[in-house]
Design a protein around this ligand. Structure first.
Ligand SMILES: Nc1ncnc2c1ncn2[C@@H]1O[C@H](COP(=O)(O)OP(=O)(O)OP(=O)(O)O)[C@@H](O)[C@H]1O
Ligand SMILES: [Mg+2]
Length: 345
């Protein structure tokens, strides 16, 4: 009886999605005692909880005298956490990719935006979430900085769109680009949870997240609240940067987030006039780190003036740059798709 009901519940389609409740692993326990149906959901998302509560109560109210649907108590193992069984605040996304680095300013946002667009160019539906709430650059990088926040008739925020991807950044919610956000990290984290839950993303093949630099609250919370399919780690070749990326790698290993590999950005510079190669930030740092931690080197992207100019103007090289520049970001995507078993048809 119980097993049959569990099978049935798991086979129900989640409202407005194509996935089933079972595929989304949303049932923690299900028990029947006398006339009471007791279900504990393995989610901490209010939105998912209320949707499922409505659905299940409506469906089974004629069969049981009491229906108790509760959320599993939030697992807050804050002393480092563990993302082997994360919550899923984004059931609409088949895969979640986190682009991250140990150190700031290494080109994380640039890699993130271009990788997201490269995935869309392959035909996938892609959402890009700017999780760097204190230094949100994604809006400028995608030329959506003048988009103002709009709401749909279900009170969901409508993401901006450009270059074939949907984009959400805290920059879209502030009156001016230079409005500083003076937020405690707990407020920043809850704003991000709102971007996950209250944005009309639609169904996504990939939700790509531009993480803030470092190994702080946002990184940990994201790993606990989302099943991250793969992290991309961005570093520059010099030691200071590879030291910091090592810390990020250790953290992801500890909290069991799969890593797609390393992108070595600003790897070298080819002088446009003489074609001479300069290793401005040293050489081999990305390769060494990849070898040391048994990770893949996804790409080595040169320091290139067109990348910087395109980024400043909101004209991402993957969409508007030369074929040579596009190749680097396509390489990131191809190597990542090779290394990680994504949930794609
Ligand atoms: N390969 C590259 N060649 C030239 N300039 C680059 C390259 N990659 C990034 N940049 C430039 O370097 C600067 C920093 O890049 P970006 O903002 O992507 O870094 P970040 O790691 O996201 O920084 P933060 O830690 O502040 O979020 C930007 O001006 C960007 O245009
Ligand atoms: Mg950034």
């Amino acid at each position: 009886m119980r097993d049959k009901l569990l099978l049935e519940v798991n086979s129900l389609t989640f409202p407005n999605l194509t996935k089933t409740i079972g595929e989304l692993k949303l049932i923690d326990t299900l028990n029947i005692k006398d006339q009471t149906l007791d279900i504990i959901l393995s989610t901490t998302s209010d939105d998912t909880y209320l949707t499922l509560k409505d659905l299940l109560e409506e469906r089974y109210k004629s069969l049981y005298s009491t229906i108790s649907i509760t959320k599993k108590a939030q697992k807050k193992d804050m002393n480092y956490g563990n993302s082997t069984t994360p919550n899923n605040r984004a059931p609409y996304a088949k895969n979640v990719i986190a682009v991250t680095s140990g150190k700031g300013g290494v080109g994380k946002s640039t890699v993130c935006v271009n990788t997201a667009i490269a995935l869309a160019q392959k035909g996938y539906s892609v959402g890009l979430l700017d999780a760097d709430v204190y230094g949100p650059n994604v809006a400028r990088l995608t030329k959506t900085e003048n988009e103002k926040l709009k709401w749909d008739n279900q009170d969901k925020m409508i993401p901006a769109e450009n270059f074939g991807i949907k984009i959400m950044s805290v920059a879209h919610t502030t009156p001016k680009m230079d409005t500083p956000l003076v937020w405690r990290s707990s407020v920043a984290v809850s704003a991000l949870m709102q971007f996950l839950e209250d944005v009309a993303w639609g169904e996504l093949d990939f939700l790509v997240i531009d993480m803030p630099p470092g190994t702080g609250d946002v990184q940990l919370t994201m790993a606990q609240e989302l099943p991250i399919s793969a992290a991309i780690l961005v570093t520059t070749p010099q030691l200071i940067s590879t030291d910091d990326v090592s810390r990020a790698i250790m953290m992801f290993k500890d909290i069991k987030v799969p890593m797609a590999g390393i992108v070595e950005n600003m790897s070298y510079f080819i002088a446009p006039d003489t074609q001479k190669r300069y290793n401005i930030f040293g050489s081999g740092g990305g390769e060494e780190i990849a070898k040391k931690y048994n990770l893949n080197l996804l790409a080595q992207i040169p320091l290139n003036m067109q990348i910087r100019e395109g980024s400043d103007l909101g004209l991402p090289p993957i969409a508007l740059g030369s074929e040579e520049l596009k190749k680097y970001y396509q390489e990131v995507v191809e190597n990542m798709l090779k290394n990680i078993e994504f949930n794609i048809d």
